[in-house]
Ligand binder design. Structure first.
Ligand code: BGC
Length: 351
């Protein structure tokens, strides 16, 4: 409450004591946000990651630059929302006060507005803060300073912009370290955004098995919990060069035919998330799933459809990884959708 309202409060108390009704009409009602986390999760619906652009070391370096027409294409195809991954850590001062490059901020704004102006809710995150994973103690302060700036910058944006503190915490940012940093990040965001939905995840790369270790401040209701699932890695990451702990080339040729045991492996995983969600009364977003383009297309389409349907049946929202490049549902060279994947994600309308 603002200072100037002190006198008003005194009058209100006096009027209440004397039995005269009084309403403080000018104060915005911040107690009851219009869209709560469950409703927001419904609005996220079936979404897509606009990945490999603003999350690359610099946009374009990974062969993809965002354009307005891609947001329009996503909207026209029937996607309900987008997730915009952003590597803020590559565009801010290394030393205090860790100022974010204003030109980069403008570029992110442009992307966010491309979605919001089309009424596509946006999940905006901090992506690929690799230095934080290898040295959390040194980068803790910088990470929180980035969030202070991002949250302040977006505080007046529509409520369909939601904020995700960190993609796939991992490395030395283990369960204990992440739970503690997450609490601080939420506190920082809440200073300027008391009601905005925040999307959080467990340590160890948003994995469902680690949900049980995730700590959420009890009084924080406006929270969606996001999980990522690329099981089985032998299929989804066959030939992916960034898999370092296995020889992913040895997985080339792995298919996903949808056998009972393949399906069960997925639904058993998802049902762990359902049980956790019920027990903790939190909505679930499947923030990443998908398969690398070295897998055969029939398997990819089958796999994608099974994931999307299984998520929706369980009340999860989802964001397919990803719009463009190597896991692409859209071919940016020909400006056309990769039909089998698109139809797996967005069921074609019955004629
Ligand atoms: C990473 C991407 C990667 C994808 C699949 C994402 O979290 O940001 O770079 O392609 O996972 O491995």
């Amino acid at each position: 409450m603002r200072k100037a309202t002190g006198l008003v409060v005194l009058i209100a108390i006096a009027l209440t004591i004397t039995g005269v009704g009084f309403t403080m009409a000018t104060e915005p009602n911040t107690q009851h946000p219009k869209i709560d986390a469950f409703k927001m999760n419904q609005l996220l619906g079936r979404g897509v990651n606009m990945g490999n652009a603003l999350d690359a070391p610099s946009e374009g370096e990974w062969g993809f630059t965002l354009e307005e027409k891609y947001f329009q294409a996503a909207k026209d195809a029937g996607f309900d929302s987008v997730r915009i991954p952003v590597r803020w850590s590559a565009h801010a001062l290394k030393e205090s006060p860790y100022t974010i490059d204003p030109n980069f901020m403008k570029r992110v704004d442009w992307a966010v507005n491309c979605a919001l102006s089309r009424k596509l809710p946006v999940m905006l995150n901090v992506h690929h803060y690799l230095e934080l994973f290898s040295d959390p103690n040194t980068h803790r302060e910088r990470f929180l300073a980035l969030w202070e700036q991002i949250a302040e910058h977006y505080k007046d944006y529509p409520e369909i912009l939601i904020l995700e503190p960190l993609n796939e915490p991992t490395g030395k940012l283990g369960t204990k370290e992440w739970n503690s940093l997450l609490k601080q990040a939420i506190t920082v965001i809440r200073k300027s955004n008391p009601d905005r939905v925040i999307v959080i995840a467990s340590a160890w790369s948003n994995t469902i098995d680690n949900l049980k270790w995730l700590e959420i401040p009890k009084d924080e209701r406006n929270i969606i919990v996001s999980v990522h699932c690329y099981d089985p890695l032998e299929f989804t990451h066959q030939g992916a060069s960034w898999v370092t702990d296995h020889d992913s080339n040895a997985w080339l040729g792995t298919k996903w035919t949808g056998t009972d045991s393949q399906k069960k492996a997925v639904t058993n995983k998802f049902d762990i998330a359902v049980a956790w969600s019920k027990q903790n009364n939190r909505p679930i977003n499947l923030g990443e799933f998908g398969s690398f383009n070295k897998a055969d297309m029939d398997s990819r389409a089958r796999y994608t459809k099974f994931f999307a349907d299984a998520a929706v049946e369980r009340g999860f929202s989802f964001h397919y990884w990803q719009f463009d490049s190597d896991f692409a549902v859209y071919d940016v060279q020909t400006n056309t959708w990769i039909k089998p994947l698109l139809e797996a994600l967005i069921p074609p309308k019955q004629k």
